[in-house]
Design a protein. Sequence first.
Length: 544
Amino acid sequence: MARYIFITGGVVSSLGKGLMAASLGALLQARGYKVRIRKFDPYLNVDPGTMSPYQHGEVYVTDDGAETDLDLGHYERFTGVSARQSDNVTSGRIYQQIITRERRGDYLGATVQVIPHVTDAIKAFALADQGDHDFILCEIGGTVGDIESLPFMEAIRQLRNELEPDQTLSVHVTLVPYIAAAGELKTKPTQHSVRELASLGIKPDILLCRAEHPIPESDRRKIAQFCNVRPEAVIPALDASSIYAVPLQYHGEGLDDEVLRGFGITDAPAPDLSRWYDIVDRYENPEGEVTIGVVGKYVGLQDAYKSLNEALVHGGMANRVKVKIKWIDAEVFEQDDDAIAAQLEPMHAILVPGGFGERGSEGKIASVRFARERNVPFFGICLGMQMACIEAARSAGNANASSTEFGPTDQPVVGLITEWMTAEGLQKREAGGDLGGTMRLGAYEAVLTGNSHVSGVYGGAARISERHRHRYEVNAAYREPLERDGLVFSGMSPDGLLPEIVERPDHPWFIGVQFHPELKSKPFAPHPLFAGFIAAALRQSRLV
Ligand code: GLN
């Protein structure tokens, strides 16, 4: 049976628990263990799919079609283990399940309560699908003391009682703030947080203390004494030079040793961290620099494009260059034509990412036009590919070309997908249906045209599988006129009905994809589309 590591957070939010869980997972994996990381989100949404990116950051999509928390992206990037639906649960999903059962009469007249019904459902989720994993890391969203996370804390308390004593471990992430006026680090918030956790019946085994300044040995001992842990189990977690340096840093502070000790494991193999040294070296010692303009809507919050940001960095690692990203608000272009050239001219490549809704769409279309006319490398992702097709139709004289997502149009170059094939059979959707969980989600295959640019990018592959999240689709009825005008449909769904990839053979690098390749890129295995795109940007940088 797997061993369980429960990760909670205290004092403040945004301590980077997700990154911490991902890093610990990577360190255990480097010792040859099989790990899986799960996220428990206490909010009442069934999943983050319907939440605004401003509220929740990016929605991370798994192969099996789940819309999940962006922390699952960290987990997957750091461990290479593909996340699944069963790796993310919310209070909303648990309540939905319980209430559906209650309405069916499954509880046989019993009173349905938080304890035991909700806590049982949380425990069942934690224990499900263990496979042959050595460690399952469970990160609890939110901060200890939140009302909504109480059932999760209670479930952990129960699990720690029910599983074997050496089968679970509690890691608590806290903040040790620096008070400039006093010139001191303060341990009191950590003490309070641990007390709060203890009042819920959970005694932490390891404290991971985020701090901006090194924690002196005396403070480390003080925290240990007041919080009832060994001094070695107080792990300082200082800000790292990059997220990819975090596993090495935590290893240096003894985190994985302390975790193994906590489980009583004395014969663990030494970790092989060579791939981490390699990527940190690539990241920290670039041999050049490119600037990529990302023209989107949610540019005020980088978490909204988390995976995209990382995939661009990976593309940089593949080419040993630093990638500077200029986040450009597409709406700026809608108001002022001159702004387009002024903002885009310094860019070595242009990317239009995924997005929803009409706002900013004219600015995105204008960016596609700029990239096409000026021969600047262009990468369109999901909505970005749709905008590339609308731009192509308009430039070919179809002035009304649009998407039905933006309102009624008599030239629906992009329209609602109402039917598509899945492994489970035909999926059907109607306009005006539920918004949650009803998009074309998860892994679907695409068949690539031989000799196309994109098949070359994928190393000559004839078929690929990528993750999707969209409700609209380029209308295949426009394929012929668009191809006549130079936009080639070089990837289609296996049934030949849904356009998956477009490209321009007469352009240095112009590719639009209906899927989200950024979700599968890893620092150790940069996605070929991002590696190719950054290579094209590098060539462009040498021209200008
Ligand atoms: N809004 C578009 C659609 O639903 C694109 C979605 C996306 O970019 N993820 O098809």
